[in-house]
Design a protein. Sequence first.
Length: 338
Amino acid sequence: MLLLGIESSCDETGLAVYDTLQGLLADALHSQVAMHDAYGGVVPELASRDHIRRIIPLARQVLAEAKIQLSDLDAIAYTAGPGLAGALLVGASVAESLALALTIPAIPIHHLEGHLLSPLLAETPPTLPFVALLVSGGHTQFMAVEALGNYTLLGETVDDAAGEAFDKTAKLMGLPYPGGPALSKLAEQGQLGRYKLPRPMLHSDDLEMSFSGLKTAVSLLVRDAPAVDYPHIAIEFQEAVADVLSTKALRSLASTGYTQLVVAGGVGANQRLRTKLIERCSKRGAQVFFPPLRLCTDNGAMIAHAAGLRLAAGTPLDLSAGSFSVKPRWDLSSLKPI
């Protein structure tokens, strides 16, 4: 089956064409980073308006690259939540309208399920069951993945997500938006051990995490440290986050008995985090899997792919015309097994 995937949950417009037999045929992404940089963060109204401008040209682009016509599509998948309400509505309305016009099903997909399953697009994919670490600007949580749609929350951050902490810490140092990549690049010039930062909840018995206090600790250092020392603070911050996430990852694997860890979400592109997770997990006899690097951030490929897996698993198709809705807040564990 041929599917068009549409992702518009926040500040990236992603479109992709996925074939359930041949795999990913084409994908394209427009990032709004340059537009939001002037405001130091995402402005929801601007994000929604930009999705409107980009989504149709990107759809035409991926269809052309896949060498197919709209009439060749068997279904259209879109992100129905969680995310910014206005941004979600853009993708949902385009998907539902096209599906109605083509008399094919429109398939609403959970944004985090798309991320969670994206490592299955890699050349060496994991097999079920596994533990998933979803780590991004909006979410940091560990999920036990027993089967498609069967997800159990093991633990999550009680305040800031790891990516949010990266962005806020970078802003304290005067780095451009988005702060995560800029801070990681600055950390390459730093030396570990010059400054010390806490590892919040590292030794707690549960799988909860906290990153707000870590950001506050950085603010106290930055207040008194010269700018020349910012790289040393940046590398210590990055190491603290990697220590917490890798420790909790090992604990998650131990609690489930699983030997595979899947890492998805934008922060999963951080090279230090990747290295630490691989090193620590391999010592315990566990494997770590990542999506292709370009698919770590939000993208249409993961949405089309998740829909393809759901169709293959027997998700019933709804061809009825009518109203639709989006879910800005949507608990991943509320999904039902196929």
